[in-house]
Design a protein around this ligand. Structure first.
Ligand code: CP3
Length: 340
């Protein structure tokens, strides 16, 4: 199926596009009343993730209601640890909770690599969205980076410091690599299937990149991200490593097309360090709490700094759940008007 709007794909491939494509991390769900309406009729978040028709419906909402240039499949990075044998619960207003976590070698014995036939609900949702989009926008598939997934598998939920995961790297480095390899192989299989089902671009989320020092980040995260990026031949790849400003120089050598910037990363410096990459980002999501004038001004300021470099407009991290959807629209419309 030919894409009628392929701005995102062309920008990812390094083209200076006639206008900057725009989408938002965590655009599917969270901020839209239409999402909450679908969600409120269900037993919980996981029912939504595992019901392809509904996952497809909420994936389409931001495309139809906000006018973004890409859809991102509604799912979660945590479906991988679940398929590997560590099930999670999504606790209302709190976040993920894993009843079983990794503490020792024995806990790893019960894990398995993701096989064909697992996670079919995600691929089915992708096929449904592709049919619905009918080429009107590209569809982004995604997965968590192995390090970020390992953080949740060890910690069992969110954490301010992820110090249990960090302790594991120091005390059990070999075991850490064993699990990281299992996650990596599972993720490669998973992302290949997403592309086969129709995903036009793949994004890897390394949300907890910023808590590692460079030497550990190289060994325990970037090397696995590289394995995954290298394995995806039929779709451009974006790597978003939150807080990894210290690794940007080396990320220029990754086998990916685009690097996502968070709002603390300096745009000019990033352009210099990442000469061969398209850049994505990086408006501070809190700017959307401001008024119309402020949002427009800050968005234009950001766009100007990226001008002349292949760019995909986005926030510097996921949109905050209490953001007014009308403010999101102002951001999107400003991007569209600016570069036209
Ligand atoms: O971008 C999108 O809109 C697609 C859907 C998507 C979700 N999670 C749906 C979701 C994506 C891309 C993710 C990725 C994800 N999940 C990440 C990486 C991105 C990031 O923000 O750093 C992480 C770390 C997770 C793990 C996770 N899932 C947490 C910590 C939580 C609870 C807090 C929160 O984000 O709301 C979730 C739940 C979750 N995942 C929700 C949604 C829409 C909220 C659940 C609900 O509807 O109640």
């Amino acid at each position: 199926m030919r894409l009628k709007n392929d701005l995102l794909i062309r920008a990812a491939k390094g083209e200076l596009t006639e206008r900057t494509p725009v989408w938002l991390m965590r655009q599917a769900g969270r901020i839209l009343p239409e999402y909450r309406n679908v969600r409120s009729k269900l037993s919980g978040f996981k029912e939504l993730v595992k019901t392809p028709e509904l996952a497809a419906e909420v994936t389409m909402q931001p495309v139809n209601l906000l006018g973004v240039d890409a859809a991102i499949i509604f799912s979660d990075i945590l479906v991988i640890p679940e398929a590997m044998g560590l099930s999670y619960e999504m606790v209302e207003k709190k976040g993920p909770y894993f009843p079983k976590t990794i503490k020792s070698k024995a806990d790893i014995k019960s894990l398995h690599k993701v096989e064909d036939g697992e996670l079919n609900y995600v691929y089915e949702a992708i096929r449904l969205v592709k049919r619905e989009l009918n080429g009107s926008a590209p569809l982004i598939g995604f997965a968590g980076a192995p390090w970020t997934i390992l953080c949740y598998m060890i910690e069992g939920g969110g954490s301010k410091t992820f110090s249990n995961a960090r302790k594991f790297l120091i005390q059990e480095p070999k075991l850490a690599h064993t699990v990281l390899n299992m996650i990596t192989e599972s993720t490669i299989k998973y992302l290949h299937q997403q592309v086969l089902a129709g995903a036009d671009l793949i994004q890897i989320f390394d949300s907890w990149a910023g808590i590692l020092p460079l030497n550990q980040y190289r060994k325990f995260s970037m090397s696995y991200i590289e394995k995954i990026s290298k394995s995806i031949a039929n779709a451009p790849v974006t790597v978003f490593a939150k807080g990894a400003y210290f690794a940007l120089k080396e990320m220029n050598n990754l086998s990916c097309n685009t690097i996502g910037l968070d709002w603390n990363m300096d745009i000019n410096e990033s352009r210099t360090l990442l000469k061969s990459k398209t850049l994505q980002g990086n408006l501070d999501p809190s700017i959307l709490y401001g008024d119309q004038k402020y949002i427009k001004m800050e968005t234009k300021k950001m766009l100007k700094q990226f001008k002349g470099h292949p760019h995909i407009a986005n926030l510097g991290h996921g949109v905050y759940p209490d953001t007014n959807p009308d403010h999101v629209k102002i951001f999107i419309e400003t991007v569209k008007a600016f570069s036209a």
